[in-house]
Design a protein around this ligand. Structure first.
Ligand code: SAM
Length: 341
């Protein structure tokens, strides 16, 4: 970074919440869903969404300037439409919608991050469990709409990473896979769809089971993906050639991380693969800013939970008895850390 560009970057990042809140509010007001495949004038779009005339032009033109909307023409007759990306990823009526994670970011995470300073000083979570002694998932799942929002958020967040995983990992030597903390069953259904020789199990808490079953039925994969319910803090894992954990280890402190790794080891056969899909921090902790911020987010959500480097993962896996290790980069900040038994 040169001296000339430094102040711009400082101000840009300092005011990052402007951009964030514009996008999150556009999702909250369903701008991209309302537009779908259409092109509308600002006046019509604003009226349909119930936006006051004072806000219409500044709001939609900011979305144009940020690259989230196209605009044909200038002035009041100009037509606004989705960009190629927002049409695919932010229209709720499409199966490719990933806005669930942004809905949750707007509804829950945005306000919790306001207390980052307090989290840093106390080491304590700043979310719904801030004033409760109960564990995070128990509180989060007490409320059905919040559970459903979290499930939608996980789908949105993990869609691209799991798609990259099913394309990049070599599944040819394996017959069975168990995805631990599988939520809606997304990873299992993607693997089953792309790799016809594999049978999958999606394992999660009993409260999640009906949601997973609903998605698996929707994908017409009930013969290939089985739902098994249990509690990985108390129960053994189903046996499989591959055990995957997508953003599971980062939810827990070191003791529970090691417990989960031991469970995976016990559930695998010789040469079986244990795969953690995470925003794996680079070993020197210098470059993967998203992975590092995800770890700050784990402080805000859980307190003692944290993200980790590939080297951390491998040292814990070696302790459990795994023989070999590699990292498969998936996309952006996300990688698959793979340990072989
Ligand atoms: C951060 S989400 C990750 C979801 C999914 N693997 C992904 O990457 O999109 C963590 C998942 O772990 C599940 N989970 C939490 N505690 C659990 C437990 N004790 N036993 C089984 N699953 C649990 C949650 O229900 C949730 O689906």
């Amino acid at each position: 970074m040169t001296k000339e560009t430094q102040p711009t970057q400082i101000i840009d990042i300092g005011f990052g919440f402007w951009q964030s809140k514009v996008l999150l509010t556009a999702i909250e007001l369903e701008v991209f869903t309302m537009l779908g495949d259409k092109a509308l004038t600002g006046e019509v779009l604003g009226r349909e969404l119930g936006i006051h005339p004072r806000g219409i032009w500044d709001f939609f033109d900011t979305l144009v300037a940020l690259g989230f909307l196209n605009r044909a023409g200038n002035g009041t007759t100009a037509l606004y439409s989705n960009t190629e990306e927002t049409r695919i990823y932010l229209d709720k009526n499409k199966d490719t919608y990933i806005g669930g994670i942004l809905e949750m970011a707007n509804d829950r995470l945005y306000r919790f991050w306001n207390d980052l300073g307090e989290a840093l000083k106390t080491g304590k979570p700043q979310n719904e469990i801030k004033h409760s002694q109960k564990p995070m998932f128990e509180v989060l799942y007490e409320d059905m709409p919040r559970l459903q929002q979290f499930m939608g958020a996980m789908r949105g967040f993990s869609m691209g990473n799991f798609n990259a995983f099913v394309q990049k990992f070599d599944f040819s030597n394996y017959r069975t896979l168990c995805d631990v903390g599988g939520a809606t069953g997304l990873l299992s259904t993607l693997v089953a769809k792309h790799h016809a020789h594999l049978q999958c199990i999606t394992f999660d808490l009993p409260v999640v089971e009906p949601i997973a079953k609903m998605w698996i039925e929707k994908e017409q994969l009930t013969d290939r993906v089985q739902v098994v319910s249990g509690d990985f803090l108390k129960d053994a894992l189903p046996k499989a050639d591959i055990i995957t954990m997508g953003m599971i280890l980062h939810d827990w402190n070191l003791e529970k991380k090691k417990h989960l790794i031991r469970l995976a080891y016990e559930a695998l056969p010789e040469n079986g693969a244990f795969i953690a899909i995470e925003n794996l921090i680079d070993d020197e902790r210098r470059t993967n800013a998203f992975g590092l911020m995800m770890s700050l987010h784990m402080l805000i959500e859980f307190g003692d939970a944290f993200d980790f480097t590939g080297a951390d993962f491998w040292s814990w896996c070696q302790e459990a008895g795994f023989k070999r290790y590699e990292v498969l980069h998936l996309q952006g900040p996300c990688s698959a850390a793979i340990a072989y038994k």
